[in-house]
Design a protein around this ligand. Sequence first.
Ligand SMILES: *Cc1c(COP(=O)(O)O)cnc(C)c1O
Length: 228
Amino acid sequence: MATIPENIQQVRDRIAAACASAQRDVQSVTLLAVSKTFGPDAVRQALAAGQSRFGENYVQEALDKIAALSDARARLEWHLIGPLQSNKTRPVAEHFDWVHSVDRLKIAQRLSDQRPAHLPPLQVCLQVNISGEASKSGLAPADVPAVAQAVARLPGLRLRGLMAIPEPAGDREAQRRPHRALRELLVRLQARGLDVDTLSMGMSADLEAAILEGATIVRVGTAIFGQR
Ligand SMILES: *Cc1c(COP(=O)(O)O)cnc(C)c1O
């Protein structure tokens, strides 16, 4: 089995190749290593390989990991990418740098109110249910502009853009479609004057399709840490 540093290098090579075919600067894509279900040691191995941004799905698991890695806190960036309930917003506002999974104005208001004054604004993305599956979380695309305008005004937050988890698709063309729809939605927000620049989309199986459609953050777990 390949090591975590070897896997990270492979993912970086995939990102570079996708950027080359999209004629994009490789610096325009940020790799978020999704460390959910893996322990602090795995994060340390990735950190030693130069990976500093980590995505987590479960609040309590993440808080334990952030505490276990507090000695390296200044070199780490923690991103919440999983569902967030309103009774869990306070520790998230206190300990994370980013939240990708904001799907209601109420959650955003709580995060803003609870963000400690000594920290910079919490960076947030709105999660969009881009494939329209009844069971998935995320805002309906039609609701995004109004929620974005409101979130952009919250003082404890900095609205950065949009996030989606499209339903899995086999071929590259089918993978590109939902990513393209998310990009078009971001462009609509920009046309309304919102200062947003982030498309959080693309995972182990579809990061190439996401980069071809403009992803600025790809969230990669399995290809770095192995099967969960
Ligand atoms: C688990 C997860 C990922 C990573 O998925 P892989 O297929 O393991 O790369 C990315 N985004 C979200 C929201 C996740 O929950």
